[in-house]
Ligand binder design. Sequence first.
Ligand code: NAD
Ligand code: UDP
Ligand code: UDP
Length: 316
Amino acid sequence: MKRVLVTGGSGFLGSHLCERLLDAGNEVLCVDNFFTGRRANIHALLDRKNFELMRHDVTFPLYVEVDEIYNLACPASPIHYQFDPVQTTKTSVIGAINMLGLARRTKAKIFQASTSEVYGDPEVHPQVEGYWGRVNPIGIRSCYDEGKRCAETLFMDYHRQHHMKVKIARIFNTYGPKMALDDGRVVSNFIVQALRNEPITIYGEGLQTRSFCHVDDLISGFLALMGSGDDVIGPVNLGNPGEFTILELAETIIALTGSRSALIRRPLPQDDPTQRQPDITLARDLLDWQPEIALEEGLTLTIPYFEQMLTEAMAS
Ligand code: NAD
Ligand code: UDP
Ligand code: UDP
């Protein structure tokens, strides 16, 4: 039985990962400061004998004994990572140093949840791992983008300098159950607005694109990368190559929910990337992984969760 630490384990992706790791027979230590994470996400895991929850901020050192670390701690939605941008950079950079220090002492293998944001507003399309990106270092998204870029640097330097086993995943937009109602990212915003028959907020013209991956596919990719040979370090793109404009996403969600919502325009946030699509050749070749759940199917799997959340929110 492996002892696995998941930082950010009560967040959207982290809570799915904790559950999958428990199901596979591991001991799981979930570490989270509950900035965007929620107890409800891991409520069902609290009774399981191999699960332990610890409230802790990864910007402070952590001394525990583990075999593997998944470092997911960091707010991921623009409204949340821009709320306290200095804390966001600290979480990515100091958090990475602490978790790498912990991995170094315990000789644990360590996985970093990096992001497609390292490509910024890309001129290479679809994005391949060899592309260095086009990131504004001083804009409102920089705390997140540059923090994640610096974390990748630290992972590579700990690997080269201290010969540690590291794995870096560049995650593209992912959606699914356990996202918070007020998460602020596009899929949850649109589903919640559609279910309430409220206007759907299109930022800018809605012609910018994103490629959306269902969470179950993504977590399979995490496990495949962590389980791969020590020579597989990454970064490796993990995402669904199906690319859609934001308008197409809105129309699909309106159709699937049978909503009466209209579309309204809101200003396009500064530095919002115009296009994004993963090239997943590397993941296919190295990990034998590819997503199986297309957007419409994934949304159909996700909408009932939000219906349930809205019912509970109205009852309380
Ligand atoms: P999320 O906001 O739901 O989860 C992040 C978790 O980290 C939360 O539980 C939060 O409380 C915790 N956290 C934040 N700062 C912390 C700190 N200083 N110490 C301890 N815990 C802290 O977001 P998510 O979508 O689950 O994202 C998880 C990870 O995956 C993040 O690192 C994010 O950057 C990365 N990622 C996600 C996506 C996506 O589409 N979901 C895309 C690219 C990268
Ligand atoms: N660290 C930690 N847990 C550990 C070991 C280290 O949180 O079990 C932190 C500690 O704050 C340290 C950082 O990780 O400063 C980096 O550790 P490393 O061994 O790389 O360098 P050090 O700063 O100890 O020389
Ligand atoms: N977006 C939108 N309406 C919303 C939320 C987001 O049009 O209510 C747009 C946003 O401007 C961006 C895309 O949807 O172009 C994806 O935004 P999200 O915050 O989900 O992720 P990211 O920009 O980090 O990829």
